[in-house]
Design a binder for this molecule. Structure first.
Ligand SMILES: Nc1ncnc2c1ncn2[C@@H]1O[C@H](COP(=O)(O)OP(=O)(O)O)[C@@H](O)[C@H]1O
Ligand SMILES: [Mg+2]
Length: 278
């Protein structure tokens, strides 16, 4: 079954650069949430912070009630065992075939026999439509197949929380639709909680229960899908319509940030709106 993730006041910087600050929302247990945001707004950093790869400067993350930002590496390891992560690039080991890539978490985290491992790996390969592809190497398959293999690997430990970073980038519209259907099916059958970063508007409009959006170093919204789709917020409207006209520009640093003349920063305008706890 899925676990809830409560994020409170989360802030992350690299040196002087704040990626995002004061992010607070709850991923509801067993539901699918989508995280949107222009490129470079820190979506990948956010997912990596949730799995403890980055430590936030401030704030807390409770996964199934357990605060994880202050855990030691060994304790994090135990928490990570409950999570499945599909990184943006698939993050498969190039030197291993797909079978060994997918078996890796089982060999790393469990004491299962090779026969038990084989049954699980073959099941997950089948699930993502890749039965028979175990012998192939990441370098000899398409980007879409690498994503599906990465998803198969994310599923081997029966995770209660599944994080997917742009699982559909580089896929054609038909395969993107199939992938969305696969995620919905996994959510129905396993009850796992999902957080999916995507740029695919169609996915965002159909798949999730909740939608969140990062923009200008803030979480500008996190709310039920229908509420977001009906929102008047100019940033949300522009993003969901893929419209060139609006506050979002070509480069994030040119977007309407404060000009040092004491005017209200757009991020202050957006702060807290649509927030679940607002
Ligand atoms: N390991 C790192 N060290 C320093 N800066 C980083 C690191 N990882 C990401 N960043 C910076 O954080 C910002 C957000 O990156 P990212 O999360 O990849 O954006 P997105 O996934 O939304 O496109 C970028 O400015 C990026 O350069
Ligand atoms: Mg990213």
């Amino acid at each position: 079954m899925g676990v809830a993730v409560e994020i409170d006041g989360l802030t992350k910087s690299f040196g002087a650069q704040t990626v995002w600050s004061d992010v607070s929302f709850t991923l509801p247990a067993g539901e699918i949430s989508v995280l949107l945001g222009p490129s470079g707004t820190g979506k990948s950093v956010f997912l990596k912070t949730l799995v403890g790869l980055f430590r936030p400067d401030r704030g807390t993350i409770h996964i199934d009630g357990e605060e994880i930002t202050s855990l030691h590496e060994r304790e994090l390891y135990r928490v990570r065992r409950r999570l499945g992560v599909l990184f943006q690039d698939g993050a498969l080991f190039g030197s291993m075939n797909l079978y060994d890539n997918i078996a890796f978490p089982l060999r790393e985290h469990t004491r299962k026999t090779e026969a038990e491992i084989r049954a699980i790996v073959n099941d997950r390969l089948d699930l993502v439509g890749m039965s028979g592809d175990g012998e192939k190497f990441p370098g000899e398959i398409s980007g879409g197949m690498r994503k599906r293999a990465g998803l198969a690997r994310a599923l081997v430990l029966d995770p209660e929380l599944i994080l997917c970073d742009e699982p559909d980038s580089g896929l054609d519209p038909v395969r993107t639709a199939f992938l969305g259907e696969l995620i919905a099916e996994l959510n129905r059958t396993t009850g796992a909680t999902f957080l999916i970063v995507t740029h695919d508007i169609n996915t965002a409009k159909t798949l999730p229960d909740h939608i969140g959006m990062l923009y200008l170093r803030r979480l500008v919204a996190f709310a039920p899908r229908e509420e977001i789709l009906a929102s008047d917020d100019p940033v949300l409207r522009q993003f969901l319509a893929a419209d060139m006209d609006g506050p979002i520009g070509m480069a994030e640093e040119k977007d309407a940030v404060g000009n040092g003349k004491g005017e209200t920063l757009p991020e202050e305008q957006y702060r807290g709106e649509h927030r679940e706890d607002a």
